[in-house]
Design a protein around this ligand. Structure first.
Ligand code: NAD
Length: 525
């Protein structure tokens, strides 16, 4: 297989590029986490192959940029149509490599086609050339313009929990901005995005400005070394490494990192809605969502009713390998390491006096499943309330009042998003005090689908934003044009410095910038 192209090989065709079976270190073994079966072997791209791929798309980027916003939307629109026409195929791959249930997987294509239309129709507003009126009379002879030119090649490094949303979801605004894009997906989920890039190149027949490279940290590091902008989504631990590496070449980065999202339930909340939201917000995608509900703070008067309803809702979720005949609600843990992290946090909490109202342990048998779990009697000394869990587990604490709820919600090194349930105005007031990049009032996770508004992490949850104007502007460099409309042979501030011109700047400043007439005319010292 050609390096840096989107193909993968199935178990039956494990040959390397020279036809001989590749050594183990040269391929990624892809498992179906719901069954434990090996579903593909994917050749790893060496640092040299990454450099070649970046150079190839870099060569095609100027023509792509020259196509303009409409020209690029034409091709992205064709990709949108391909996604809509191939949803089943996409969902099959997604389920096989992540172990998600179908209903969870179906959010990915829906999000992507909406995002293509969103940026396609708003790019002119967000990154079109801006005409700016000079703020000072001293610049009256100038025409000011700002144009947004893309970073030529954007490298995207993505995690395994939403293999398409968190890779193509950033590629869409980057491509729409005029950049070429190379994605390094997670080593656990390389197949879905490879299939889409393959479609872009061969079925859509779009320009050669979009590719994928496969591998682990070494491949990701090589991508950082070769591109002009890095969009990273993953753990804060790896995010720090990526930023340090990018610093060596002064390459700008945008980091979307982990979270420990709080949910506050005020005494005047609709308790049924809050409990149903907590169940879905905590268990959707088996809790493997950066903006999952992980910690819940409930005001004392409604605590018992809320926890009873939440435990009942979570307790009846169907878990397992999801098929058309036997649909399920909660799927597998996608990364083989993750189930151990979740188990460790739950065991730690139980050992320190927490109680599981439902769930609480790993599911025996094939596949990596952890029971949907509701923990109570938890506190902030426990890992499950401090560290990102990234699994189907929520911890619920009783709080005296909203002050305590806000204090505990903000008692974290993370700040990705959160939610507040209560009477609307009351909940909105409390939401404004939660320290994070996005807060939902009487809903959960929905901010991710509100592409109109930016979303990004505060504190150790990240640097930079996706969605809204910042989500496409970040892939551009601003170029300011200061254009002289009319002029003589010299400006008054240029040489020669004559007697008359000495002190000119000071006098002009006084005349222009003073806000009282005494200073303006030098009558006040
Ligand atoms: P991870 O940090 O382990 O890996 C992310 C990516 O980085 C993978 O593609 C990996 O191969 C690559 N990588 C690893 N080492 C590297 C290195 N040294 N240089 C360059 N690349 C390297 O994260 P993960 O386990 O795949 O994903 C889970 C994490 O992602 C969680 O913390 C979750 O909260 C976070 N996440 C954040 C968001 C967000 O939008 N803020 C969204 C989803 C997931």
């Amino acid at each position: 297989m050609e390096s840096g192209t989107a193909g993968t090989s199935t178990e039956n065709e494990k040959a390397g590029s020279n036809g001989a079976p590749p050594a183990a270190a040269e391929t990624l073994e892809v498992l179906n986490p719901a069954t434990g079966e090996t579903i593909a072997q994917v050749p790893i791209d060496s640092p040299e192959a990454v450099a070649k791929t970046v150079a190839r798309v870099r060569a095609a980027q100027p023509d792509w940029e020259a196509m303009g916003i409409e020209g690029r939307y034409h091709w992205l629109g064709k990709l949108r149509d391909w996604i809509l026409d191939n949803q089943d195929r996409i969902l099959d791959t997604m389920q096989r490599e992540t172990g998600k249930v179908r209903a969870d997987a179906s959010n990915e294509p829906a999000y992507l086609v909406d995002l293509i239309n969103f940026y396609g129709t708003r790019a002119a507003e967000f990154i079109g050339e801006e005409a700016i009126r000079p703020h000072s009379p001293l610049l009256a002879s100038k025409k000011l313009r700002v144009q947004y030119r893309p970073h030529p090649v954007v490298g995207i490094i993505s995690p395994w929990n939403f293999p398409l949303v968190l890779s193509l979801g950033d590629a869409i605004p980057a491509l729409q901005a005029g950049a070429a894009v190379v994605i390094k997906p997670s080593e656990f989920t390389p197949l879905g995005i490879a299939e889409l890039v393959e479609a872009w190149r061969h079925e859509v027949g779009a320009p050669d400005v979009f590719d994928v490279v496969q591998g682990i940290g070494e491949t990701g590091g090589a991508l950082v070394d070769n591109v002009d902008f890095v969009q990273f989504t993953g753990s804060d631990r790896t995010g720090r490494k990526v930023m340090a590496r990018a610093a060596e070449t002064l390459t700008p980065v945008s980091l979307e990192l982990g979270g420990k999202d709080p949910m506050i339930v005020l005494a005047d909340a609709d308790i049924d809605r809050a409990a149903n939201a907590a169940a879905w917000g905590g268990m959707f995608n088996s809790g493997q969502v950066c903006i999952s509900v992980e910690r819940i703070y409930v005001e004392e008067p409604i605590y018992d009713e809320f926890t009873t309803k939440l435990a009942a809702e979570v307790g009846k979720l169907r878990q397992g390998s999801d098929t058309a005949r036997d649909p399920k609600d909660v799927g597998a843990m996608t990364s083989p390491n993750q189930i151990g992290i979740v188990e460790d946090q739950v065991d730690d909490a139980l050992a320190q006096g927490a109680r599981a109202l439902t769930g609480g342990k790993r599911v025996a048998g094939s596949g990596d499943f952890f029971e949907p779990t509701v923990l109570v009697d938890v506190d902030h000394t426990m890992k499950v309330m401090r560290d990102e869990t990234f699994g189907p587990v929520v911890g619920v604490m009783k709080v005296r009042d909203e002050e305590e709820a806000v204090r505990l919600a903000n008692d974290t090194r993370y700040g990705l998003s959160g939610s507040v349930f209560g009477a609307r105005d009351h909940a909105e007031r409390v939401a404004r005090r939660v320290e994070c990049g996005a807060v939902n009032v009487n809903d959960v996770l929905i901010n991710y689908f509100a592409s109109d508004v930016p979303m990004g992490g505060w504190k150790e949850s990240g640097i930079g934003y996706r969605h809204g104007a910042p989500g496409i502007k970040k892939f551009c460099r601003t170029e300011s044009l200061v254009i002289t409309r009319f002029a003589g042979k010299r400006e008054p501030t240029w040489y020669p410095y004559t007697r008359a011109r000495r002190g000119l700047i000071a006098r002009l400043s006084q005349l222009t910038y003073a806000r009282d007439w005494r200073r303006r005319f030098g009558l006040k010292r």
